[in-house]
Design a protein around this ligand. Sequence first.
Ligand SMILES: [Zn+2]
Length: 311
Amino acid sequence: MPREDNSVDMLPSLSPDLVFASAEKWNDEEYRDDFLEQFLGHMQKIESFDMLFAWSDELEEFLWTDPNPPPWRMKKGWNNQLVPVIYRIFQKCMFLVDNSDELDACKINPDIFSGFQRKEILKSWHVLLHIMMDLGETPYIASGIEFRDTDTKSVRLLCDCDQKKIDSEIIRHPSDWAHVVNYIDFWPRDTDRKEVERLRLAVEIASEQKFADLQRRQKQDFDFDDKFVEDLVNAEPRFRELIIKGIAKRVNLSRADASVDRGLNDEPIRGREGERRMRVSGEQRIHYKLVGNTLVFIDYYGPGEHDKGLK
Ligand SMILES: [Zn+2]
């Protein structure tokens, strides 16, 4: 599908209860806060992880032109706060699928969403899922609050036309995205500031996936020198995972713990005040310096490249 510019090769789908809040419950403050936290939380993750989500013209109509719009669009005081935020993310992140083959609804098993009140929207979403199946996508489903708390972690999508079956994982909480995306997808493509931020995101996600226990204790601030990012852009792709994991491990350890970690082999560089080196694996090394409490990564050396200034 034509979305090469985006980092992450995933096309999530938004459960209808994520977007279309219940008009009856909207005046309940607790419901409303929970709804908005969930909706905006998922949308912010989709945007910050540079993903697109699948959407259709029909769902777009239910959202913006239907005489019965979701309450966050209709209620005064909410619409002028929320509409600009939501509209902007939709414009940026939605991937409109095309239904020129006029596919009908697929089935979902177990159908945990069947209690959703707006049946016409529910059906339209089933059609969208069917189109996605037809495109060979395995959609993650971003759950709203209504069906979030079931024990069901994934559902099977089924269609009659060609007997396809696809298992779709349900992302119940916005924070769960960090566990399903591949941090290697955020590898910097050049030394542009935007790419440096992607590298930072890769380290943050790896921290969450691999070092969550350490993270709560002593996460350090970190930054990357331009030279370092350039080294990584030129590094061999097969080392990407090890490099990200090495950086993530180091930023999640205190200096004392890093220096006794046998994998990192973290040590000062003789004759260079404040600079240290650590091992990524085998012959790969990273040099960094401490600027205040911030770790600034400055050089990467692949196998066969000698650390400058070392014996
Ligand atoms: Zn089908």
